[in-house]
Design a protein around this ligand. Structure first.
Ligand SMILES: *[C@@H]1O[C@H](CO)[C@@H](O)[C@H](O)[C@H]1NC(C)=O
Length: 276
């Protein structure tokens, strides 16, 4: 009789323990899921996206403005497809043949988190390469394929691509022919990327040029400003301070651009969320 009671009590404790363990496991699972789910941004284009702020004659001055500080909630997918805490120069191992400096993205990410502390962990996917014309980014090209591949790798741990930051076109200001065909190529590129990432309304935040590698910057700017696609927002860099080379945004200019991009993103994101 006594041993039977002890046995029942033991069964009761065992069942209780199992239920408790299950609850813990489920809790941990959901916490883990939300913790590791990244808000992903693809960064592409040329040198001003890669970042040349503070670079003069191929030497970076090493100055990192406070707005670009490291943040444990901001990660980047490095060249070997490993996530790591992001820091400037963000494209150092991606645009590795050039000297990289400050770009717009660390500021962008820090401001987004400051303005929306519930936003979650940010995952940056740097893909920009200096001096590349839009033809180098056409569907099927090496740069295009790398970008799509890296975007898919970034999604493997879960998460959502929140947008593409695109700053390119300086190289296409070289000839009138290139500048005149820019709009058509840009629209095709945006369509192709959205198709290949199965995200037809993927938000794109593009930067209108502040400088050009040739005389046709105005024509490229007109193409950029004339884009009329859903969920493509344009931020204008014209007038921001350039480095002495007359081509690259200075560190302070990149900080300003980062603010503008964050502002454009937060507005679009908020409106998109409230109208869904
Ligand atoms: C770096 O330079 C090498 C040699 O010219 C070239 O093959 C490679 O594509 C370049 N890579 C980048 C990321 O610029």
């Amino acid at each position: 009789m006594k041993s039977k009671i002890r046995y029942e009590r033991l069964t009761f404790y065992l069942i209780f323990f199992l239920i408790f363990a299950c609850i813990l496991w489920i809790m941990n699972y959901t916490i883990f899921e939300t913790k590791d789910e990244k808000q992903i941004f693809i960064l592409a284009g040329q040198s001003n996206m890669a970042g040349r702020g503070g670079v003069v004659k191929r030497v970076w001055d090493g100055y990192v403005p406070p707005e670009c500080h490291r943040n444990p909630a901001i990660h980047r997918l490095n060249r070997n497809s490993i996530w790591e805490v992001a820091e400037e120069p963000l494209h150092e191992d991606i645009d590795f043949n050039k000297t990289c400096g400050i770009g717009p993205t660390m500021v962008f990410a820090n401001i987004v988190l400051e303005m929306d502390p519930q936003f979650g962990k940010i995952g940056l996917v740097p893909c920009a390469i200096g001096g590349t014309s839009i033809d180098k980014w056409s569907q099927g090209s090496r740069l295009y394929n790398d970008m799509i591949k890296r975007a898919r790798i970034a999604l493997q741990d879960g998460g959502t691509i929140q947008g593409i930051l695109w700053y390119q076109g300086e190289r296409d200001a070289l000839t009138l022919k290139k500048a005149k065909s820019y709009k058509r190529k840009l629209e095709k590129l945006y369509g192709d990327v959205r198709n290949d990432l199965n995200s037809p309304l993927l938000p794109i935040f593009q930067v209108a040029l502040a400088s050009g590698e040739g005389p046709f910057m105005q024509e490229v700017r007109e193409a950029q400003l004339g884009i009329n696609l859903a969920n493509v927002k344009t931020v204008d860099a014209l007038g921001l301070l350039l480095e002495p080379d007359g081509l690259h945004l200075s560190t302070q200019a990149q900080v300003q651009l980062g603010y503008k991009l964050a502002d454009a993103f937060l507005k679009a994101h908020y409106i998109f969320r409230t109208t869904q």
